[in-house]
Ligand binder design. Sequence first.
Ligand SMILES: Cc1ncc(COP(=O)(O)O)c(C=O)c1O
Length: 459
Amino acid sequence: MTTHFKPNSVAGRDVASQLHSQTNPTRLEENGPLIVTRGEGIRVFDDSGKSYIDAMAGLWCASLGFNNQRLAAAANRQYGELGFYHTFFNRTHAPATDLAEKLLQLTGMEGGKTYFATSGSEANETMVKLAWIYHTVRGKPTKRKVIARDRAFHGSTIAAASMCGLTFMHREFGLPIAGFLHTLCPDPYRNMLPGESEEQFAQRLADELEKLILREGADTIAAFIAEPINAGGGIIVPPASYFAKIERVLKKYDILCLGDEIVCGFGRTGNWFGKETVGMQPDMMALAKGLSSSYFPISAVVMAGEIYEAVKTFNKQGGSLGHGFTNSGHPVGVAVSLEAIKIYEEMNIVDHVRQMGKRLRGHFDHLAGLFPIIGDVRGEGLMLGIEIVADRDTRVPFDPALEAGPTFDRIAYENGLIGRCMGDTLGFSPPLIVTESDIDEIAERCETSLKQLQKALAA
Ligand SMILES: Cc1ncc(COP(=O)(O)O)c(C=O)c1O
């Protein structure tokens, strides 16, 4: 164990005591953690008092910034009233009912039901289990497999991680488990063939999906899961007709469409939900992150009426749904979420994100004119990515040994800007409360950092 941290310092004690998510243990031992002490709007401060704009809203989640007092007050009020109760065995409380109803209305899933959980991974796994019930009740119990996409991120529990299409989520654990398959990633920048139009590309992706279904046997496939816009795989916006073509195939083979709206939901892409941005029509949707602006660990599944009917039919002899989390529908989580949604409505989130997103996109397009290392600028709303490349004309990526993306992250961090590289794609997903001047500041710090990165790479 390293000893170069001050005795009894938070850094030293942290390194000695905490295993961190998605962190290299050796690097953490060498460099120590970033100790975040407080938040102010879109900014966070470290223990030396240095301020950073967190242009990733933490993990694509703190849509209302880092110290929203209305959310704090809503939590406080609810703690004072009913600090915990569960939703097992016919129990409920009014805030959970209010949020269940509100989510059905917002997602256009009236006639369906809302189910509460506590993380995105749990919500995604809940959708898979509900898909199994749905097919079993309809006399198709062999429909069990789930198709996800390469480069997808759907969470860290065993089935959710199996749905990821990222090797770093699989390699230490021998994942994916059996029955979790992957089809092509709809990345126009990387996967379109020379001379292929977006339309032809989308058709090829749908054809590949159909081939996979036929190879495996349609009677073995329960569901297809996708984010409207893939966040963690590198902010990948599919071609315009992608979901229409994919859904035609799914319908043909009686396969459910599961929408992972955990990042895209609640305004992030310039619509209330990402499905509107990309023309997706899921049978179930997983919601988390922006739902409570991540001020409480809460997630939800919103499902169409037929899915609920299947659960009811399965249990018509008197059994109960064999699924649930202690904190499903936690009163404080639902109270915070109701307040977050109220704020989104008051600030007219969709218009605001569109305007701010357009401004940030404009800056990034301008930067693409200045920096030849920018190969692609993409995204929707306030979910934007810049892919940096060794050669813009041929799209040849940087030698991975150069660690171009992580180098940008380190430089940006020195400049007080927290972004997130996904390979060589630099991601930006700031809190949705950003103002015009915040956007300009993000762009300025990004420009400074790109200048320094270009110099470092040339050296
Ligand atoms: C698209 C997507 N789905 C699912 C998850 C998993 O959510 P959680 O970490 O709350 O389990 C994430 C987390 O980043 C995500 O980005």
